[in-house]
Each structure stands twice: as C-alpha cells, then as structure tokens.
Write a protein that binds this ligand. Sequence first.
Ligand code: BGC
Length: 442
Amino acid sequence: MPSKSNEIIFPKGFLWGTATAAHQIEGGNTNNNWWLFEKSGKIKNNDTALVACDHWNRYKQDFDLLKKLNCNAYRMSIEWSRIFPKPHTLDKKALDHYQKMIDELLKRKVIPFVTLLHFTLPIWWFNEGGLLNRDKEHLDHFAQFCRILAQTFKGKVKYYNTINEPSIVMLGYLTDMFAPGEKNIFKAIKALGTVLLMHGIAYHAVKSVDPDAQVGIVHNVQIPRPYNPQSLMDRLMAQCVDYFFNGAVIRALQKGKLPLQCIFHHKELLNTNDFIGLNYYNFLLVSPKLKDLATSATDNPLCGKDKLCAGLGWEPYPEGFYLAIKRMHRSFPHLPIYITENGIGTDNDAWRQNVMIDHLKMMHKALQEGIDIKGYFHWSLIDNFEWAQGYMSRFGLVAVDFKTQKRTVKKSGTLYATIAKANAIPASILKKFPKEIYKPKF
Ligand code: BGC
C-alpha cells in the first residue's frame, strides 16, 4: 500500500461508509420489543423512537447526504417486525419499501451492507420467549426472515451482517439500560448463546439462497481494564468481563461452543463468517467498587471539565481500536475485516473530528502491518435515537433537528467526505490534527 510521509493513503478500492440501524432512524417501529421498553419509561427524557429521523419517509434525502459525504458503501438494518408483523405473515409492502431503498442506494453507486438483526425483536417473537427460547420452531422464524431477504435482494445485495453485537445483546439481561431491562446473569448467558446460534442460522439461511453472498457477524470488541491494576480482584474481574464480552463470542465462532459450554458442540457455527465485522468504541474500567462498567478514566482532566466526554460519557481510546483490530485478526487470520462501526456520541463536533482522525490513523497502522481491512463505516450517518440515551447522545456526521427534521452536515461530515473522496488523509488535514489527543490513564 503506497504511503507518502506527509499523507496517509488507504488501499485501492477501500470502502468508506456510514452505518445506521432501522429502529434508530426509521420511525414508526411500534411492533418490536424496544417499543415496549420505551413505553415503560426507561429512556432518558422519556424519549421514544416513534418518529426518530423519519427516515422511512425521508430515505432518498438521507441517501443524497450519504453521497454528499462521498460514501461508496452504507450499512443499514432491516426491521424484522416490519417484514413479519405476525408469525408467518409477510408484509409485502414493507419488503417492497426496503427494496426501493436498496435500489436508491445502487442508483447512487453505494454498496449496501444489510444487517439482519440489530437488537430489535418482533413483539410476537419476544412474547414467545425471545432469546430465552431455543426451540427449533421458534428459531426457524428467524431463518425464514433471513431467507426471504436473501431471495428478494439477490443480485442487489452482496454483503450481509448476521447479528449486530451479540455481547451487547446480553446487556438487556444485566442492566435496566437495555431492553428488556432484566438483571439475571443466567438469562444473560442464555441470551448470548441464543443470539450466537442465530448468527449460524442467518449465515446458512442466506447462503442456501444466495451462495455468492458474503456474510459475517458484527462483534463489538471491548477493551476491559482493571480499575486498579494492583488489585487482584479488579484484574480477575477484567478478565471475566473480557471472557463474556469478547472471548465467548470468538470461541463460539472458532470452536462451535456456546458460552460456558464444554460438552455440546455446535458444528453449524463453524466456518460461518466470510468476513468479520468489527465495531469499536471504548474501553471499560472494571472493579467491584464501580457501580457499572465505567467508560472514562476519572482522573483525566479533559473529561467532564470541558465536557469532551459528553453524550454517552465514553472516553475515546484510539489505541484500543488498533488492539481490537489485532485481536480479531489474530482470532481469524484468514478473514478480511470490515470496520462496521466506530464513532463518538458528543455535541462537541471538534472533538468528533479529532477522535475520527486518531482512529483512522490507528486503522492505517493495522493496514500497514498487513491486516486485510476492506472498509470503514462511521457510526453514524445522522444523529439518531441512541437507545436508552434517547436523542441526547449525538453520533451523526449530519445533525438532525428533531423538531423540524432538518438535516445539516457537520464539520466532521465535511472532513469525512474529504477523506473518503481522496481515499486518504491528505497532508492538509494531518497538519490540522498533528498528534493523538491523549491516552487515557489506566
Ligand atoms: C450499536 C449502535 C449504537 C452505537 C452507539 C453500537 O453498540 O450497534 O446501535 O447506536 O453502538 O451506542
């Protein structure tokens, strides 16, 4: 890969995209379990995704913005509860609508990446036990959904992401910050196992219809660190968190063993990735002393005082991105990697620009070491419904005024557009962002 000292060049044919998820932007998704969660008052400021970005009606305008950002790829999810509002009852109109969306992307020469499950479950499926029910008949509903999509999009969609972030799905059974908001470690482990099985189901379903499709999971790599490295307890806990959030997912895909399972062997999970989708955001500080998993090193003077960790309060750790890429490459050395999400939830767009450049530099470092990274999808195209944080946390390269639905490209969006167009971080940009902002102190 060519690289001049005064600019950072990415490989030819590299994909530059943004990522979104149906429930976070579409509006009108009142037939899934997140809607139930929203109605139960668990979301900040009592926000709901009832309208969200009204993307269901404004998708053409949003895809124009995608083009304005010079993106050649886009990751979107298809809402299962729209396609099957009831068991075995296909909503043809909804399917046609998604087909039109795909056509509009292709018209703009944007390569679609379709996510089959991005957190939300149809209410009827959730009521049948959701992720805690592993009956064949129950899981077959998901296979049916995946097959229908692959049949419908054949020849138009080549890339599928099966499950978005299996380990994050577990949070719904560990905290009340995520649907369904239960706190039961046994259920959490079961849900993680089920969603991993659903990855295998999705892979085989898509391939049975479209053998040429490229299919891969999306794993959110966490970087857990002991709050106090001198404390044995903190170190043990950090390892435990690493097992459940990273190791268990990787092991299932490598060995066909579900979390904490030694005896059963799920052969159907083996060789179920044509590529790895990697999401990366932050590190976690771990200690029994901390109420939750902390995401900022509290002695960092930048955090809090200048509100640079605003939004979700995640303190960026660009080096962790490099470590995350290396880890996935070590685990699956023969598979290409797509960075399927990376970004920051903040109102401080100057901060977002810094963070973006720092992360892209880390990705480039991994590329230079020979790791086959084929594309980068920034999270997210537009500000959207950030799950339990509601509309407070803003990840978009494009701002949304949720009262008027007006979209405005942020400076970070313009910066991203320049990089995507050049397929490089040009010297002029590197000059503006000369060095890494900081490294958190662990
Ligand atoms: C999820 C997105 C979410 C983002 C920021 C990822 O874990 O896939 O849906 O908006 O993180 O929290």
